[in-house]
Design a protein around this ligand. Sequence first.
Ligand SMILES: *Cc1c(COP(=O)(O)O)cnc(C)c1O
Length: 395
Amino acid sequence: MTRPRWSERLAVAQDRRVRSDTLRQRRVVERTEGARVLVDGRSLLHFCSNDYLGLAGSLDAVSALQEAAALHGVGSGASALVSGHHALHARFEREAAEWMGFERALFFPSGYQANLAVLQGLLEPGDLCVQDKLNHACLIDGARLSRAALKRYPHRDYSGALRQLQSMPGAAALLATDSVFSMDGDIAPLRELALVAIGEHALLLVDEAHSIGVMGPEGRGACAAAALSPRDVPVLVAPLGKAFGGQGALVFGAVALIEHLLQSARPYVFSTAAAPALAAAMSANLDALRTQTWRRAKLAALVARFRRGALRYGLPVLESTTPIQPLLLGSNARALAVANALEQRGYWVAPIRPPTVPEGKARLRITLTAAHAEADVDGLLAALAACLNDAGTAT
Ligand SMILES: *Cc1c(COP(=O)(O)O)cnc(C)c1O
């Protein structure tokens, strides 16, 4: 037996990516101003940002960040349990919990880390974790880290979820779903899943990455929009990299649950706390997102405008009422070609390919934000129609 060589493994993997059109490139963003972005030296209209409410550039948040950094520096200096938990973190957690109507909130440096922490912190080997097939990668990875049995059900199929829960009736169980699915833009059957979880004594976790700030009264998310309370959804995860326009995540729950997590979740315990200034900036954006309802109204109007236009042009958009409007193209090559053609016309839309989506389901993931103008959306629609026409005759 000879030991495999790393150089060969890396070369083979790279070659495979090139041949299957799945090689990804990092584009260099130099500046963002509203919906315009300077990328690799060109000014483009940005249709692949998750900054749904246009709060990433919020001047109030910028001032809060600057003032907090001037007073407290840029680093927290330690993990939260050692000495990194700052008054600004504590304030943000209190404000957020009050806003959402939960007893407690726990602030994490990222959503990925928060989901790893919640699943690893709660689940043990021998437990059961039931998840939607299209859940975000970090929910899947969190279940793997916990070494609980992971069983998935067909997308949005709550009776499938029930069957999976019933397959291990003696195991402690957690049911996890995205509220809005990140690559499809559709919404989980949250009320039905809540009933299933309650009937099966399973803990329901909902990841509101794409709905927090965007849906529900005061932007409280899809669960709130479905009139579900913390009793129905005892664990709610809200990443802050999307509508919050920043970075980090909040995990909401009852006192006992949050206390358990902060003692036992390794991704929380063994990682440096986020910068206090980040908490201050997110606090400012929480305020904006609660009170500036015009942002949600404008976004909803733009989504409706895009849907109407897509219908008129006969574009192959998926069924979605959220700011995520995917255009299904099928092959990787086709998704790449259309994305490149759009860029030539001044529009930046990311082609999404496997493994992020299933084989043969490559797409353009168009996202609308409150920073767009009606004319931007109209321009995109016309460009899409023209590019698809060209691609249709070429491939
Ligand atoms: C973006 C996202 C995450 C990860 O959050 P980050 O803060 O980017 O690490 C988790 N879940 C879902 C559904 C997401 O879309």
